[in-house]
Structure formats: structure tokens, C-alpha cells
Design a protein around this ligand. Structure first.
Ligand code: ZN
Length: 65
């Protein structure tokens, strides 16, 4: 499956008490889960550093106030 080579994942930074971003390199891409509201990807299923992971991203709802 075609996918991005990098994902700007979002995660909760407990120390900063705020959302933070981390660029994650994608070795293999398996697809995503879409947001029920905006139908944009919410999380991606990927392989990075030889590990299978689900990484979260901000969907379009997060930009709406
Ligand atoms: Zn959304």
C-alpha cells in the first residue's frame, strides 16, 4: 500500500502538559483509521524501526475551534 514516507505524529507530552509532535519515519505503510466526523486520518498503521506501531495525527477537527 502506498503511503507517506514520514508522519508528523501527535502525542500528549506529560511534562509540558500539552500536545507535541514527532516526525516518524515510515518503513512500511498499512493504512489508517479515519475520524468519524471529518473522515480524515486519525491514526496510521505503520512499521518503524522494525516495529509495528499505530501513530496518531491530528485530523481536520483539531484545527476547528
Ligand atoms: Zn476529525
Amino acid at each position: 500500500m502506498e503511503g507517506p514516507s514520514e508522519i508528523n505524529s501527535v502525542f500528549w507530552n506529560e511534562e509540558k502538559k500539552s500536545w507535541d509532535y514527532k516526525l516518524i519515519k515510515v518503513e512500511e505503510y498499512f493504512g489508517f483509521t479515519e475520524c468519524q466526523q471529518c473522515r480524515k486520518p486519525m491514526s496510521h498503521n505503520i512499521k518503524t524501526d522494525g516495529e509495528f506501531k499505530m501513530v496518531y495525527v491530528k485530523c481536520a477537527c483539531a484545527d476547528r475551534k
